[in-house]
Design a protein around this ligand. Structure first.
Ligand code: RB5
Length: 143
């Protein structure tokens, strides 16, 4: 399983924490940047991660900006991407079970690292339920 991670400066610190956590769990990680706290534009990194997942270069993605909002909007502009911004473990479980989110978004300035890693693990360890949710996910992918 290959996971792409990307952030702007507001999400840089949490992206670094997430990347090391993923490596510790044995995942192959592709780090798309940013690589410092110098100010950059989140749409660039959201789209890059979206394209990396949509093309199949990575199986899943995790994006982080200050709130997770801007970078999730950018990722969701890429056809085939279902990016869910999660601020709780419950949301992480549901965005996989119901939305089959292929990218997880986190807020580096709004979610504490410990909770963020619980969200990451829950999202990774939960399966899509399919059934009635498959039809709705198909509808999203047709948009
Ligand atoms: C950058 O200052 C900030 O606007 C960005 O990280 C993010 O929170 C946008 O949604």
């Amino acid at each position: 399983m290959k996971i792409a991670v990307a952030s702007d400066h507001g999400g840089f610190a949490l992206k670094e924490t997430v990347r090391e956590h993923l490596k510790g769990r044995g995942f192959e990680v592709v780090d798309l940047g940013t690589y410092s706290e110098e100010s950059v534009d989140y749409p660039v990194y959201g789209r890059l991660c979206g394209q990396t997942v949509a093309s199949g270069e990575a199986d899943l993605g995790i994006v982080v900006c200050g709130t997770g909002i801007g970078i999730s909007i950018a990722a969701n502009k890429v056809h085939g991407i279902r990016c869910g911004l999660c601020t709780s473990v419950e949301m992480a479980r549901l965005t996989k079970q119901h939305n089959n989110a292929n990218i997880l978004a986190l807020g580096g300035r709004t979610t504490e690292p410990k909770l963020a890693l619980e969200i990451v693990d829950t999202w990774l360890d939960t399966s899509f339920e399919g059934g009635r949710h498959q039809r709705r996910v198909d509808m999203l992918d047709e948009m």
